[in-house]
Write a protein that binds this ligand. Structure first.
Ligand code: HEM
Length: 392
């Protein structure tokens, strides 16, 4: 009989929330495919195994309805479908993104980031999350979609409830607030779809290209996907900016290099997402009995692919724990892989470059200014508070 090593891995343990990489490395080395009781899932940590699972959507389903689970109507979107059913809605949004002027978006984001840094520099210290990451992300996502910015504080509270509900498997009390917040944002997104006066932006593009014969279900998928782009795009972007800026405050030599060599900005935007990205992983369900790296996986079992572990796999990335701005062949899993990879990747990369550019050209570097606190979350790696200063 196959005896699997038992390792204790608690993603919500405060030390792991603070720095998950030692625990993930131990899993990857000692039990690369292992059952986790608390998460009722198999955890997969090696890069090659994660990409093999993500490639095989016939066996590993994202659509939980393929394994007899029901999915609430509010959660049906591009994220919950598998190919070939997913193809129409995914290409509708991918084409809409391609039609946007991303260099223009990046230039506006750079101006907005520079303004936020300028305002922050007038205070002795500031919170990077509320002073830069959240307002910049909201303005970039709304600019991309072509909608007016909702009030940040209210929207951030709803977005936070949705983000935290992703850990509902570990803490069921998070599910109901997430459902209510999803309803609120659905109403906002529906009002944008009803407003036919908006001439430009991604949503206007999508709205005018909904196929004539689309029924109620297809329209629901489309509106829910717009909500995912809006809320998921905002929360992931905010988390990514916070993580990237935190990393730079902890690596002053790298920040110095960035400030003196503009050409490294695009590579830095990629490497910062590999090094400490926001999305910790994703899940699939086995539609039939199978194996991953020789470990038997029964039909119906859930599988969690830990991007954060795969992105530091030494078999794929030489010196994985080092931040290397000129890392070659940096195809990390920070934006996912395959049929569910991030639709907003190019917009997110533009926003990260804009923030790094604004920071690079700001007269003073960004330095830590107190104790940072992570949000206790197994799914999204982000900060609750990230104090910093731009004072000389
Ligand atoms: C640096 C910022 C971002 C990162 C690191 C990121 C990361 C990811 C990852 C890892 C996935 C795949 C999740 C999975 O396989 O379950 C994903 C999916 C997605 N992302 Fe992003 N994202 C970012 C920003 C954005 C933005 C700005 C938008 C939209 C404006 C966006 C829209 C989406 C959508 C719609 C999906 C679902 C795609 C599908 O399931 O087919 N993301 N993102």
């Amino acid at each position: 009989m196959l005896v699997l090593p038992v390792l204790t891995y608690d993603p919500l343990d405060p030390a792991t929330v603070n720095n998950p990489y030692p625990a993930l490395a131990a899993l990857r080395e000692q039990a690369p495919v292992s059952w986790h009781d608390g998460m009722s899932s198999w955890l997969v940590t090696r890069y090659a195994d994660c990409t093999a699972v993500l490639r095989d959507h016939t066996v590993f389903a994202r659509d939980r309805r393929r394994t007899v689970a029901t999915v609430p109507a509010a959660s049906l979107s591009v994220q919950s479908l598998d190919p070939p059913d997913q193809a129409d809605v995914r290409s509708l949004f991918m084409n809409a993104l391609r039609a946007q002027n991303l260099p223009g978006l990046e230039a506006r984001a750079r101006t907005r980031a520079a303004g936020l840094l300028h305002a922050a520099a007038e205070q002795p210290s500031f919170d990077v999350m509320t002073g830069l990451a959240a307002p910049l992300s909201l303005s970039v996502v709304c600019d991309l979609l072509g909608v007016d910015e909702p009030p940040l504080a209210e929207f951030a509270a709803a977005s936070d409830a949705i983000m935290r509900s992703m850990d509902g498997g570990l803490d069921p009390a998070l599910v109901e607030p997430g459902r209510r917040a999803r309803e609120e944002l659905t109403a906002l997104v529906d009002s944008w779809f009803a407003d036919t006066g908006r001439p430009s932006g991604l949503l206007a593009h999508v709205r005018t290209r909904i196929p004539a014969g689309a029924g109620e279900v297809e329209e629901l998928f489309i509106r829910n996907t717009a909500r995912v782009m809006f809320q998921g795009g905002y929360s992931t972007m905010t988390a990514a900016l916070g993580n990237a800026l935190h990393t730079l405050t902890r690596h002053p030599d790298v920040q110095y290099r960035l400030r003196s060599e503009p050409r490294v900005v695009p590579g830095a935007a990629e490497e910062l997402v590999r090094f400490d990205g926001p999305v910790q992983g994703t899940s699939r369900t086995a539609t039939r009995a199978t194996t991953i790296a020789g470990i038997p996986i029964p039909a119906g079992d859930a599988v969690v692919l830990l991007f954060a572990a795969a992105n530091r796999d030494p078999a794929r990335f030489p010196a994985p724990d080092q931040l290397l701005l000129e890392r070659r062949d940096n195809r990390h899993l920070g934006y996912g892989w395959g049929s569910h990879s991030c639709i907003g990747t190019r917009a997110a990369q533009a926003c990260l470059r804009a923030a790094l550019d604004a920071l690079r050209t700001h007269p003073t570097p960004l330095r830590p200014a107190g104790t940072a606190r992570r949000q206790p979350s197994a799914t999204m790696r982000t900060f609750a508070v990230l104090p910093a200063t731009l004072h000389p």
